[in-house]
Design a protein around this ligand. Structure first.
Ligand code: ZN
Length: 201
């Protein structure tokens, strides 16, 4: 146990910061010190931004995204293609896809993936809501943007089976060579998927 170098208020700030993803105890100390040094420029605005976000954050009842309005900004955006729903496990995945700016549809956040080992079943995820959205007349395609893990693919298969009689095309992300990837470093599973899903040049 490291000895305290500051009063309990600052130690508490460091402790809370160390719980953020990507920040260990050392970087939390560095972050805390940076905030303290930039009290007016950073710490004050951050504290009020946290307070405002805390009061206003809601989960979109349509898609499961996190926003300060319900329906969320994505759901009400008229420029988005209403015929495409991109299915993701987590809000982080939605934000990642939005950052990449590669798809102009709307989303559906499942809240996780099926995982029998961890006791996560269909009732724990937003699957019923997805199935009823997929039956909407305007929806033409469901893109399953799920992790290329056993749980992710199990979830993809489960959803695909539930939608067999729906008038909607179900697609999934391609598996294979990552952009900038070198074949020599790829595992057999990735190479095999890349060969199977090869496309016409
Ligand atoms: Zn939404």
């Amino acid at each position: 146990m490291a000895t305290a170098v500051a009063g309990p208020e600052i130690e508490r700030l460091i402790l809370l910061l160390s719980k953020l993803p990507g920040l260990g105890p050392r970087s939390a100390r560095r972050a805390a010190l940076h905030l303290i040094k930039k009290r007016d420029l950073l710490m004050g605005p951050l504290a009020s931004a946290l307070q405002v976000a805390m009061e206003k954050i809601v989960v979109c009842k349509t898609c499961g995204n996190i926003d300060t309005q319900d329906p969320c900004t994505v759901c009400v955006d008229p420029r988005r293609d209403q015929s495409i729903i991109v299915v993701v496990a987590d809000v982080a995945d939605l934000w990642a896809l939005e950052r990449a700016n590669v798809v102009n549809g709307r989303y559906h956040v499942l809240g996780g993936t099926l995982s029998p080992l961890d006791g996560v079943g269909p009732q724990d995820l937003s699957i019923d809501a997805l199935i009823s959205r997929a039956h909407g007349t305007e929806v033409k395609e469901l893109i399953l943007a799920l992790n290329a893990t056993v749980d992710g693919q199990t979830t993809a298969h489960y959803i695909t089976e539930l939608l067999q009689d729906a008038n909607v095309k179900v697609t999934r992300l391609a598996h294979g060579v990552p952009v900038g990837g070198e074949l020599d470093y790829l595992d057999e599973g990735t190479l095999s998927a890349a060969i199977k899903q090869r496309t016409l040049f």
